[in-house]
Design a protein around this ligand. Structure first.
Ligand code: FPP
Length: 239
């Protein structure tokens, strides 16, 4: 059971659903991929602000498993954006002490994209200030299903008894086993849904839904979000 701890004014782990790239582009008469390109600039802002605020973990929902169903040219544009961002952003991430980690089914990506993604993890492995977790080809229900399969196999092998399964067993079988649960989940663009993101891990998180479209998200918006978090009172089911 989670016990109420001393209130921390800064969330240790912030997770963001970066929403509104398509609407941002449409409002300007641009193609959707241009919204994603501008979205990378907003990622840069969020990372800088997270480091400056002393946030230890920042998870960004960059590509959901459902996103494979988008038009082929948009998926292509996003893949190429992931690759170019890896090349362009790595030096700055290293300089800021950012370690990049991935969660999701990366095996669905082409070998080239997988190579780029692995490279960013390797080149930033020593970053000690912020762990930037990119949820790419991520689905929380898939993650939970994978965890159940893993635990079921351990029960079948006799490595663990069914009655011994605890919340911890499940947490340790998720892609996020090495990270604390998110304290604060932000979804931009005014939509108020979790969309298959960190369903298990979000149990005690605070939520914030600013109207700003993701490409317009700035360091100041991140700072404002930190103020919103600091003003919330978390009770973890207590009184
Ligand atoms: C949601 O907006 C955004 C995405 C599906 C892609 C997010 C990707 C990036 C910001 C690009 C780069 C990321 C990294 C980590 C390099 P939407 O297209 O659903 O917007 P809409 O709801 O207005 O259509």
């Amino acid at each position: 059971m989670r016990v109420m701890s001393e209130r921390q004014p800064i969330p240790r782990h912030v997770a963001i659903i970066m929403d509104g790239n398509g609407r941002w582009a449409k409002l300007r008469g641009k193609e959707r991929y241009e919204g994603h390109i501008q979205g990378v600039a907003a990622v840069r802002e969020a990372v800088r602000a997270a480091v400056r605020n002393g946030v230890e973990y920042l998870t960004l929902y960059a590509f959901s498993t459902e996103n494979w169903g988008r038009p082929a040219e948009e998926v292509e544009a996003l893949m190429s954006l992931f690759c170019t961002s890896v090349i362009n952003e790595t030096p700055s991430l290293v300089e800021q002490g950012v370690r990049v980690k991935l969660i999701g089914h990366r095996s669905h990506f082409s070998e080239k994209v997988q190579r780029y993604l692995t490279e960013i993890e390797e080149r930033t492995a020593d970053g000690g200030r912020l762990t930037l977790i990119l949820a790419i080809d991520y689905s929380s229900r898939d993650e939970i299903t994978d965890a159940v399969r893993k635990i079921a196999a351990e029960v079948a092998d006799g490595r663990i008894g069914a009655a011994e399964i605890t919340e911890r067993t499940i947490g340790q079988a998720l892609y996020t086993a090495d990270y604390p649960d998110p304290d604060f989940i932000i979804r931009t663009s005014g939509e108020c849904r979790l969309s298959n993101f960190l369903l298990w891990q979000a149990s005690y998180a605070e939520f914030y839904f600013p109207q700003v479209l993701w490409p317009d998200f700035t360091e100041e918006d991140f700072d404002k979000a930190m103020e919103v978090y600091a003003s919330r009172e978390r009770r973890y089911g207590l009184i």
